[in-house]
Design a protein around this ligand. Structure first.
Ligand code: TRP
Ligand code: ZN
Length: 885
């Protein structure tokens, strides 16, 4: 934790390891005030590295070394070197065994990395470099070893003892203790190691794989949560089947376990055979979890399960290759979610998220490529770029190769590299080899950061019946990358005739017209494509399904956007046309607000939304998506200088106008859907999600009119719902309303009812932290004193501080700088408790260049204050120093 130690690691410096570890035998003796770890490492010289026996440098941090021996010879302090992150020994033969015993302190580990306690249970988080806080080791993903683990603990408090692989032996010891030994037959890097000890209950099920093997499935939770596991179990079984069908991947051990813990830095972790999850990513039942939470559980269970192949069986050579497993696995879980629910809605949600958050990252001071070139702290690179943009990159490969070609490529990748630690180049090579294509230029997506812009213009030659689209691509400079080479940009498109039908497409030079939607590959800085046999000027539908993560612009007018909203055969682009229309209308309002003019909403937006609401034949989830205006964060992203006040005023004005002008149809659809909800039990399925989504967005518009009948309906929905989706929306709407009595009552009832459920209390904190009403900071400060709040629990930090700084833009960006000062104070405290969480909470401050001069100065001053606050973790140091650079 010393700032001056911060050292940059470069991809170009990668060296294969000098030594390998064939077998790792671990023994953990867990106690309340310390833990003893004994490690036996059966090692050998890496044959790739030639003869010679260089010193063996083992990683280790915060370990108290009690004993170390080399081939059974105990070493004296003079026989080795120890510093605060390494133990260095001198081997004397090509094969040898290292034994070490260390003492560690999980009971006081607040960083939640390595071995730590969450409540009364012991658990681990080793990715990326946490194993070195457990024992001295070669803690790098290209060192893969067979692990055997024995855990011993007091039996009464820790009846369940788990590790990776299969249970092979267990027994009891004197003094009320017991032990269990687990053996993982698959070689793995240390980051996939896991251990759990606690008083846990489990739900059990089984799965028969495609080759007929039986796999025991267990989800372990604290006893009070045993009634909230069924949805995760169902999701797991669906994931296992889907991976067999979509990718031909079968599970490999006889047992698959998930453990839910309350204190966890991220969503979940794919440890071999023993996934450890944030309880928020496992527990779900109607009364306590929203539809969104149910879908998140399904997606994360799938994500971690899919890592068994994309991550575990085939792992990363080094951490620069992180997207090899994360981008690919996000792509795989997105495919799964699309198949389980509405594919179009899933795509809309993912793209909205990417454009709001990843695009902001890509234009900020922490911008990096999908495969970064350097880092100070790898934990800071579990980013939207590595995950979401990485998934888009895999998706573009699939778009270019087609579904069948892509599957051939993934089959070859898994077959060729099973049991290996490989690179993004190996992944692309498998795709190339399986399809006989050259993806050299495409690979710039891995090495160049920044979001490409793609400007499109059209020309129509009526006499020649020729329609030409010209694409100009460019990419802004990003840190360390002043200039960029052209990308390969797959542009899926169609051309609509005056009736809104897709035209058959024939490019100049082609013999005949073919499909009506096709993919053009834009590879040059400027490139034109001409379609022939086009009888009248068409309207282009561009980048269908968001076929590339770029900022596309085409000079559509509002009438054309309304036409696309109605007629585009691509569902995603119908939504996209609506978003572009809303953005144009909102930007006009923002301008009016900035010039001090009266706000006037373009009635065409109301007209377009009215036809959506009134058309009962449309998918209700799509209508709900199309009714949601672009968020303040997205509008900020689109602005040169984000004027938070104008954006907020414009959005709220538009929302109020929509609520008023469309009151009647919204009220009708709200009441109809609420009536169905009232009489049907909760089901976590697509059509039910859709009904509740429309019902809830309708309620949020209706409540803006302050009508007593709507207030009554909202209170009724709060009081008389059997599920959290309806109840939480009613609460959120009340919290943002002027009805003080109803708001206070609902908040109080909710807290009383759910005080013993931490995940529900997180929701309670979040809706208040995100409330646009004035006085946001005071509310948040008050809530930090609530008995259910603690800075030691990452979910609480995210629910209150994260929601305030990330979602409550109008309050966070208060002109007096109070929001910034508050966040900086929290980060200084968190830096000492949990560096990973501290660094993540910093991201709103890193965007300081987006705001006006006064706010820029205030935000910068807070970053400087953090930098000067004392000893910084490498996590916080990296983000702050790069933001100020
Ligand atoms: N590999 C995990 C995933 O599935 C990410 C993860 C979980 C992680 N816990 C972490 C990364 C802690 C860094 C630190 O995406
Ligand atoms: Zn992952």
């Amino acid at each position: 934790m010393r700032t001056e130690q911060a050292k940059t690691i470069y991809l170009k410096d990668y060296q294969a390891p000098d030594y390998l570890i064939d077998e790792t035998t671990l023994t953990f003796e867990l106690h309340e005030d310390h833990t003893l770890v004994h490690a036996q490492l059966v090692m050998r010289r890496n044959p790739e590295k030639g003869a010679g026996l260089p010193p063996l440098v083992l990683d280790g941090q915060e370990l108290e070394l009690l004993a170390v021996s080399l081939d059974d010879r105990e070493l004296a302090p003079g026989d080795y070197q120890l510093d605060d992150s390494h133990l260095t020994l001198q081997p004397t033969a090509a094969r040898f065994t290292v034994d070490s015993t260390v003492r560690i302190h999980p009971e006081s580990n607040t960083a939640l990395e390595g071995l730590y306690k969450s409540g009364s249970m012991f658990c681990t988080q080793c990715e990326a470099e946490g194993f070195r806080k457990i024992t001295y080791y070669l803690d790098r993903p290209d060192v893969m070893s067979k692990f055997t683990t024995t855990v011993s603990a007091e039996q009464h408090h820790y009846p369940v003892l788990l590790s990776n692989g299969n249970p092979v032996a267990s027994g009891s010891e004197e003094g009320g203790r017991h032990w269990a030994t687990w053996e993982d037959p698959f070689k793995k890097p240390a980051y996939l190691f896991a251990l759990v000890a606690g008083d846990l209950w489990c739900v059990e099920d089984s799965f028969t794989t495609m080759s007929g093997r039986n796999v025991a499935l267990r989800i372990y939770v604290e006893p009070e949560n045993i009634d909230k596991c069924q949805h995760a179990m169902d999701s797991l079984k669906k994931s296992m089947r889907w991976d067999e069908e979509a990718y031909g991947r079968e599970y490999d051990l006889d047992i698959f376990m998930i453990v839910a813990v309350n204190d966890f830095n991220m969503g979940a972790m794919e440890n071999k055979g023993l996934n450890i999850f944030n309880s928020s990513a496992v527990l779900a039942r109607a009364e306590t979890a929203t539809d969104a939470a149910h879908q998140r559980v399904e997606a994360i269970v799938a994500h971690e399960y899919f890592h068994n192949w994309s991550g575990n069986r085939v792992t990363c050579r080094d951490w620069f290759q992180l997207s090899l497993k994360e981008g690919f696995t996000v792509f795989r879980d997105a495919g799964f979610s699309s198949d389980m629910n509405s594919a179009t809605v899933k795509r809309i949600e993912d793209v909205a998220f990417l454009r709001t958050h990843q695009f902001a990252e890509d234009s900020g001071p922490m911008a990096h490529s999908v495969r970064p070139d350097s880092f100070i702290e790898i934990s800071n690179f579990y980013t939207l770029t590595v995950y979401e943009k990485g998934s888009e990159v895999v998706g573009m490969i699939r778009t270019l190769l087609g579904a069948e070609g892509f599957r051939k490529g993934s089959d070859l990748y898994f077959e060729r590299h099973d049991g290996q630690a490989v690179t993004c180049d190996d992944f692309v090579k498998a795709m190339e080899d399986a399809n006989g294509v050259d993806l050299t230029q495409f690979k710039r997506w891995y090495s160049q950061s920044g979001t490409p812009r793609l400007e499109v213009s059209e020309a129509y030659d009526a006499a020649a019946q020729r329609y030409t689209l010209t694409f100009r691509q460019s990419c802004p400079p990003t840190p360390g990358q002043p200039t960029k080479e052209p990308f390969v940009i797959p542009v899926a498109l169609g051309l609509l005739d005056a009736q809104g039908n897709d035209l058959p497409l024939r490019l100049d030079g082609e013999a005949a017209a073919g499909a009506s939607s096709r993919v053009l590959s834009v590879t040059e800085a400027e490139q034109s494509f001409s379609f022939v046999g086009v009888a009248a000027k068409p309207l282009p539908s561009l980048l269908r399904g968001f076929s590339a993560p770029v900022k596309l612009s085409f000079p559509y007018d509002r009438d054309q956007l309304m036409f696309l909203m109605q007629h585009d055969s691509d569902g995603f682009n119908r939504w996209e046309a609506g978003q572009q229309l809303s953005v144009q209308v909102l930007q006009e309002l923002i301008g009016q607000h900035q010039r001090g003019e009266a706000l006037v909403l373009d009635p065409r937006l109301l007209h377009a939304l009215r036809s959506l609401i009134e058309d009962e034949s449309l998918d209700q989830a799509m209508v709900a998506e199309m009714l949601s205006l672009p968020g303040a964060a997205y509008l900020s992203e689109l602005s040169e200088v984000a004027d938070i006040d104008a954006i907020h005023a414009a959005r709220e004005f538009a929302r109020a106008q929509i609520g008023e002008a469309l009151f009647a149809p919204l009220w009708r659809r709200y009441q109809a859907n609420r009536e169905v909800s009232r009489h049907s039990p909760y089901v976590a399925e697509e059509s039910h999600f859709a009904r509740r989504a429309l019902q809830n967005i309708a309620l949020s518009y209706l409540m803006l009119g302050n009508k007593p009948e709507v207030l009554a309906a909202c209170v009724d929905q709060f009081d008389n719902s059997d599920n959290m989706t309806e109840r939480l929306t009613a609460l959120a709407v009340l919290v943002n309303s002027p009805f003080e009595a109803e708001r206070g009552r609902a908040l109080q009832l909710f807290a009383e009812h759910f005080k013993d459920n931490p995940l529900v209390m997180d929701q309670w904190f979040s809706v208040q932290a995100a409330s646009y009403l004035p006085g946001g900071l005071e509310r948040v400060k008050e809530l930090m004193k609530h008995p259910a709040f603690t800075l030691k629990n990452p979910n609480k930090v995210r629910a209150l501080i994260g929601a305030f700084a990330g979602q409550n833009l109008i309050n966070f960006h208060a002109v007096d700088g109070s929001g910034y000062r508050f966040l900086a104070d929290q980060i200084v405290t968190l830096n000492a408790l949990n560096p990973q969480i501290a660094a993540r909470q910093l991201s709103p401050l890193t965007r300081w260049r987006k705001y006006d001069a006064a706010r820029q100065a205030l935000m910068k001053a807070e970053l400087e204050r953090i930098l000067a606050s004392g000893e910084l973790s490498s996590d916080v140091y990296e983000v702050v120093s790069k933001s100020l650079a």
